[in-house]
Design a protein around this ligand. Sequence first.
Ligand code: PEP
Ligand code: MG
Length: 325
Amino acid sequence: KLNSLNNLKQRKTVTKDKKRVMLSANIGTHNDATTALKNGAEGIGLYRTEFLYMNSDRLPTEDEQFQSYKTVLQRMKNKPVIIRTLDIGGDKQLPYMQMPKEDNPFLGYRAIRFSLNKEDIFRTQLRALLRASNYGDLSIIFPMVSTLGEFRAAKSIYNEERQKMINQNQPVGKIKIGIMVEVPSAAILADQFAKEVDLMSIGTNDLIQYTMAADRGNNYVANLYQPYHPAVLRLIKHVIDACHHEHKPARMCGEMASDPIAMPILLGMGLDEFSMSSSSILKIRSLMKKLDTNKMAKLATKVVHSANTSEDVIEMVKSMVSFQY
Ligand code: PEP
Ligand code: MG
């Protein structure tokens, strides 16, 4: 079993009917890039940069960040790398920063909201990313974007830093700029976002909690945190369709991308890139080989049109996939 998974390491990901899908890795440190490659990752779909800031007793300097981003890009050779700007707040705190005490931290001062308020910290990170862009295929995504205004504001700060570097004759690579789709408002307006951003990645960990109004870490409401809920699945389909309408690949980097029940539905909806923990990649690659995308498209349609509950969805999936759970 292990041997046959090992054989899949250097292979591309293809379904039974030979459709190409991309499987990439979520990482938290630059050293994780090596593990990602060992597990057959075709790219980095999410580098969560907050660990650079959290595992320290002060803000990381521009140069420290540059080294870390450059390391990931170099190790991945020219495979695509998506780096997310600082996603702090919620349950993730910086011990050396005074943060306000909030009644609802997950609905509060987090992620891009923090970066747009602490422009100096944001600009430092963007400069480090711009410098690193010379070493590979880099995309940048902003976390927790709720409105187009936030995306535009963040992008214009990025453009200013980029222009400054060009004026100083510093080389900068071509970088794609986009967002995490993890707030329902962004998912609902995905058609509008898709026209403006270079890329979008669906962050289901947060999108589920905000859609169901159920804290992803709270055991008392864990029964409501339902990845297969038809409301969540319809929203995801809407985002995937919006990407395709603009001829852009649809991506996901939440835990759902590696969930064996959700994956066949996502494949059927036409999701192009699945990003997950490195340890899941080979297993998902081997499962995808057994699935026919046309059949999974029928499954996805059935789920979206006629499932009322998560239980309905699970039953539909089990009756239509060819592998055992
Ligand atoms: C997500 O919300 O799905 C996501 C990938 O981001 P994080 O888990 O870091 O919040
Ligand atoms: Mg998130």
